[in-house]
Write a protein that binds this ligand. Sequence first.
Ligand SMILES: Nc1ncnc2c1ncn2[C@@H]1O[C@H](COP(=O)(O)OP(=O)(O)OP(=O)(O)O)[C@@H](O)[C@H]1O
Ligand SMILES: [Mg+2]
Length: 244
Amino acid sequence: MDSNSVSCVVEARGLVREFATRGGPLVILRDLDLCVRQGESVCIMGPSGVGKSTLLHILGTLDEPTRGEVSILGRNPFEMTDGDLADFRNTDLGFVFQSHHLLPQCSALENVLVPTLVAPGTGQEKAERARRLLSEVGLSDRADYLPADLSGGERQRVAIARSLVNRPRILLCDEPTGNLDEKTASDVADCFVALQKREQVSLILVTHAPWFARRFDRVLHLKGGTLIPDGKSSAGLFPPGQTP
Ligand SMILES: Nc1ncnc2c1ncn2[C@@H]1O[C@H](COP(=O)(O)OP(=O)(O)OP(=O)(O)O)[C@@H](O)[C@H]1O
Ligand SMILES: [Mg+2]
């Protein structure tokens, strides 16, 4: 990719994703471009079925594009060996999904610690970081609770703490407040915004909620397979100062 690419921690150029269907290829992403800088928060919106999760899966290295280039932290994830890719995902990327995916038999603290099992560092350092993150999401008194004994919002806050425990450079979130009532969703959104700024992680988040989207540096709409900058903000498809 060109020299402009250096400051993009996440970059997609000419991304295409087609699915083979009985009726022929179904094109979901069509010549899509994106650049996200370190520490930037970008919200992706769009109607159901437009391809938001498809895009997030590709940026999260969980799915490969049909065509086009993807660079994450300057590397092409799809040229890595399976082992390197698994390490890269665990260390540099954090994920939060609509459903929390916590391990039911593990406590909140143990769930936060799961990604650290194959990461460097001492057990004590990891436990201290996990406890601090739990405290920052307001759950210091719930560290020993099993997921079944936590509320939906509390479970999602555990998932946020877990996503950040390895200090990832990039956080990818697919409708993380989608299953929560308005007040709980708002509390979880507060958690995201505060932690994202403090950890200086680049955040790419999908939401249907306009009130949440307003809190991001940039809002992009997925339409016709490509991303379109939000008409209400001056921010474009690329960060300020970045020419495509
Ligand atoms: N493996 C697949 N094979 C065929 N079609 C697929 C496949 N995966 C996704 N699709 C289709 O691609 C389209 C986009 O799906 P995607 O899950 O990305 O939408 P979305 O924007 O995340 O929607 P929602 O807001 O409902 O979560 C859908 O029409 C879906 O049916
Ligand atoms: Mg989706």
